[in-house]
Write a protein that binds this ligand. Structure first.
Ligand code: FMN
Length: 265
């Protein structure tokens, strides 16, 4: 009998398939932890970038542990939660995507409220306090909302005056490279640094405008250049930042913190 009969060929092919599928599944399972830890490292890296404290990948974890303190926030009441309050509420998932999925921990927004086009807003968010020389030197606030093609997830860092922007970065979006994707352009990101989000009375004044900021304009300190050829992404960024720094977002918290309510126990 010939050694390459159809039945034998089939058996060999099936055997090869079986071995390959075991290898692939093994690799998927084996690499899952590695993948998770890389995602976590990436998340921490962007928090550091927003706060202008990123140096090298190797130092991400040590810098984060040394200088950052995540704190949960009750957005409705505009206050920081004590760790035991957050624990009682079962808050431990630091992924904005998951927070609004839980109907008990989020609420539907009306069209008028929903500037960021996110449909539901978590009742509780988390922020990162940056501790330098024993004091809160900056805070990093997660923000997100719709661009043209995608929900864009970012982080905005405010100085201890809770008004001056210290950094802004998107860590996830699906806008078109070269158009809306220019949100990743380091020069554009840098243009946010030093701008004021609020005036002296605490009114939200920040705007991402269409076109270039006129540096001689009275509003220049509150304005960010729009992205050319990407008016729709630009509008999305403008709206999501206004949402999160406004009444539906961290607005009440920032007012209260400015009024001196600093303690989270
Ligand atoms: C393939 C393709 C991808 C686009 N991607 C984006 C985008 O990511 N963000 C954006 O605002 N506009 C994008 N646009 C352009 C928008 O359709 C629209 O023309 C633009 O926002 C207008 O901006 P402008 O007024 O600055 O020209 C894209 C257009 C095409 C054809």
């Amino acid at each position: 009998m010939s050694s390459d009969s159809p039945r034998r060929t089939l058996r060999v092919a099936l055997g090869v398939c079986l071995v390959c599928s075991v290898l692939v599944s093994g690799a998927v399972v084996g690499l899952r932890n590695k993948q998770k830890s890389n995602q976590e490292l990436d998340r921490l890296k962007y928090i550091l970038i927003a706060a202008d404290l990123y140096t090298t990948d190797a130092e991400v974890i040590s810098t984060y542990r040394r200088a950052f303190q995540p704190v949960w926030v009750d957005l409705q009441q505009g206050r920081l939660l004590k760790p035991e309050e957050a624990a009682r509420l079962g808050l431990k998932d630091f992924d904005p995507k998951n927070l609004a999925r839980d109907a008990n921990l989020s609420r539907a927004l009306t069209t008028g409220e929903d500037l960021a086009k996110i449909l539901r807003r978590p009742n509780y968010m988390f922020i990162y306090q940056v501790i330098e020389n024993g004091q809160v030197s900056k805070i990093v606030l997660p923000v997100y909302g719709k661009g043209l093609w995608s929900t864009m997830y970012g982080l905005i860092a405010l100085d201890r005056d809770l008004t001056t922007i210290k950094g802004f970065v998107f860590y996830e979006h699906g806008e078109t490279p070269g158009l809306g994707g220019e949100v990743d352009n380091p020069r554009w990101r840098q243009s946010w640094v030093g701008k004021k989000a609020f005036d002296a009375e605490g009114n939200l004044r920040l705007s991402v405008i269409k076109g270039k900021v006129d540096p001689t304009a009275a509003e220049a300190n509150y304005q960010i250049d729009g992205l050319s050829g990407a008016t729709l992404t630009t509008r999305g960024v403008d709206q999501l930042v206004k949402f999160w720094l406004g009444r539906q977002g961290y607005g009440s918290l920032l007012d209260n913190l400015r009024g001196g309510m600093q303690s989270n126990g």
